[in-house]
Design a protein around this ligand. Structure first.
Ligand code: PGA
Length: 255
């Protein structure tokens, strides 16, 4: 039982939602729902709302993250944002390789690896997303797919840096669909990821890494998912936009 060694992290992925005033309002609604329980709470907001979010979370313990980061430090990369730019405005986390970026914006295992390295060297905590498509699960290659994503995301990253990374297991078929993985499916995949990390870096590192589940996690199912031995937190989309629901999930991470 190593669960107590790991930091529980509940992160909201706001995706392309919320203007600056709306972001401040939602954060103000989340504030009173914070539990003093050692669970880290993160809101990953659109780039344009980062400054407003950093301002709004002052003295609350809530952390702010971005939803993507470029892998170069600067240069001719129109439309991109560097790790140093995010760090400078007070972001602490960054989501990398979300399935929507893999599906719609040409994100590959190689760019996930490059972005992860740039986040680490820029002092940001990467939340690296992995997960299989529905037809991959149906073809019984979930293990193969997730193992490959992990191996490539961590390529060339040493153990000290690997220990800083948060992984989000998000089965693509469960994202935004209302279909959640069963507690057993979530546990099985998170355990598989931990085993892969143990093979790459040894058990102490694997035991220390926070692995989140994501995909239609909500106020009703969070407690059961988070009770699983290898599920250390959640990456929450839809339910993170409703303060009351997000508050229930934060509370569930306490027990
Ligand atoms: P969802 O999204 O909670 O709305 O399914 C999760 C995610 O995409 O990170």
């Amino acid at each position: 039982m190593r669960k107590e060694l790991r930091k529980a992290i509940i992160a909201g992925n706001w995706k392309m939602n919320k203007t600056r005033p709306e972001a401040a309002t939602l954060i103000n609604e989340i504030k009173p729902l914070m539990q003093n329980n050692g669970c880290e709470v993160v809101v990953c907001v659109p780039f344009t709302a980062l400054v407003a979010a950093v301002e709004a979370v002052k003295d609350t313990g809530i952390r702010v993250g971005a939803q993507n980061v470029h892998f170069e430090a600067s240069g001719a990369f129109t439309g991109e944002i560097s790790a140093a730019m995010l760090k400078e405005i007070g972001a602490e986390y960054v989501i990398i390789g979300h399935s929507e970026r893999r599906q719609y914006f040409g994100e590959t295992d190689e760019t996930v690896n490059k972005r992860t390295k740039s986040a680490l060297s820029g002092g940001l905590i990467p939340i690296v997303c992995v997960g299989e498509l529905l037809w991959e699960r149906e073809a019984n290659i979930t293990e193969e797919v997730v193992s490959r994503q992990i191996k490539l995301a961590f390529a060339g990253i040493d153990a000290a840096d690997a220990a800083k990374i948060v992984i989000a297991y998000e089965p693509v078929w469960a994202i935004g669909t209302g279909v959640t993985a069963t507690n057993e499916q979530a546990q099985e995949a998170c355990k598989l990821i931990r085993d892969r990390l143990a093979a790459l870096y040894g058990k102490p590192v694997a035991d220390s890494v926070t692995i989140q589940y994501g995909g239609s996690m909500n106020a009703a199912n969070a407690a059961e998912l988070l009770a699983k031995e290898d599920v250390d937190g959640g990456l929450i989309g839809g339910a993170s936009l409703k303060a009351a629901d997000f508050g229930v999930i934060i509370k569930a991470a306490a027990s």
